[in-house]
Design a protein around this ligand. Structure first.
Ligand code: FAD
Length: 337
């Protein structure tokens, strides 16, 4: 039974798995493709369609709808209008909400980016959807659809179910699922009615400034430092430069003020899956490893041969980073010449 003020939801009327394809100036956020891959699994398990939803301007020219099909969507809903460029929370929220009410999806996945977090609540609240933020696991069990996320500052993993409301929405942490490769998709693209007018929005974008906070979740190579580097990030920066890598760090290194919090890897930081992860002076605490153990290759440098990080490393160098790093840097610099 629905609580006072809430609609009585016909659960069976809701079908299909929706994935929001986030794009800015034609550039798709990697997490959207990751979610399309996961969405494909969920849709197949439920026997439902996988639907991609993209909002913006000149989307056909961008090739994004076609790419969504090639990456596994059965259908792509396209809302194409200047009102959606650049992104504004109220315009996106209004259009997305309209489509949810009109078409009744079962599951909705949105990347847990600044954009996704910004507007997801504008859809979930008025539609009385169940929304799980910062989800890291999604699973269909024999009984129900389960969304999991870290709770109590990362000390526990909470399983959240949504038995009485639809859609079952999640914002999902970037980097936790694999991106599906691009094949030859066979799906339909539908231009939907745009229900937002310029007058409906309360905001006007005067200028956009992209901050210099790097998104380490997209990095192919990461050089990460922990307490063992004792605040000396200079050699790590040089190594990162030579390897065309992003810098990252442990929570303790962040708390020591040595590295920006946006670059923290781990349970309460970012989940990364680079091709190469170089861990310098990092002990390998479970909370750190959780954020990087899907890296393709891990090289660990630590002066303690028993440091747990070596259990997660493909290559281990037991030694003082003050000695090992200069040698590594010198060898790479020689190659550059
Ligand atoms: P340490 O554990 O102190 O390790 C330093 C390492 O450097 C040691 O192994 C030492 O042998 C080595 N070393 C020392 N000197 C040298 C040298 N000269 N050369 C080479 N090696 C040297 N941590 C995270 O990273 N990310 C998270 O998201 C995160 N979330 C957390 C959430 C919760 C709820 C809790 C309780 C903890 C969390 N932590 C997280 C903290 C985590 O438990 C560890 O405390 C932290 O990862 C340790 O950081 P570290 O490896 O830099 O430091």
């Amino acid at each position: 039974m629905a609580a006072v003020g809430e609609p009585d939801v016909d659960l069976d009327a809701h079908t299909d798995v929706w994935v929001f394809i986030e794009q800015h100036d034609g550039e798709v956020a990697a997490v959207s493709w990751e979610l399309l891959g996961k969405g494909r699994d969920l849709a197949d398990q439920k026997g439902e369609d996988l639907v991609a939803l993209v909002l913006g301007e000149d989307l056909e020219e961008s090739g994004i709808p076609d790419e969504a099909i090639d990456r596994g969507a059965d259908r792509v809903l396209v809302a194409d209008d200047p009102v959606f460029a650049p992104y504004r929370a109220d315009a996106y929220g209004q259009q997305f909400r309209h489509l949810v009410e009109q078409r009744k999806p079962d599951i909705v996945l949105i990347g847990g980016t600044h954009t996704g977090r910004d507007f997801a609540g504008r859809v979930a609240v008025p539609t009385h959807a169940g929304l799980t933020a910062d989800t890291t696991e999604l699973e269909i069990t024999p009984d129900q659809y389960e969304m999991r996320r870290p709770a109590f500052g990362g000390d526990a993993l909470a399983t959240i179910i949504c038995p009485n409301h639809r859609p079952q929405m999640s914002t999902v942490r970037p980097g936790v699922f694999d991106e599906p490769s691009r094949g030859d998709g066979d799906g339909a693209i539908e231009q939907v009615e745009v229900v937002v007018e310029e007058n409906d929005t309360k905001s006007e974008v005067l200028e956009r400034e992209v901050g210099d906070v790097a998104d380490i979740t997209d990095a192919e190579v990461i050089v990460a430092g922990g307490m063992g580097v004792e605040g000396e990030f200079g050699p790590l920066e040089r190594l990162a430069e030579l390897l065309d890598a992003e810098l990252a760090g442990t929570r303790d290194a962040v708390e020591a003020g040595w590295i920006d919090p946006a670059r923290q890897v781990g349970q309460t930081g970012k989940t990364v899956r680079p091709k190469l992860y170089v861990a310098v002076g990092i002990s390998g605490a479970i909370q750190h490893v959780e954020g990087m153990d899907d890296s393709e290759t891990v090289i660990a440098i630590n002066n303690d041969p028993n440091a747990p990080i070596f259990e997660n490393a493909d290559y281990g160098i037991v030694g003082d980073c003050d000695e090992v790093l200069p040698q590594l840097i010198e060898a790479l610099e020689r190659q550059e010449v």
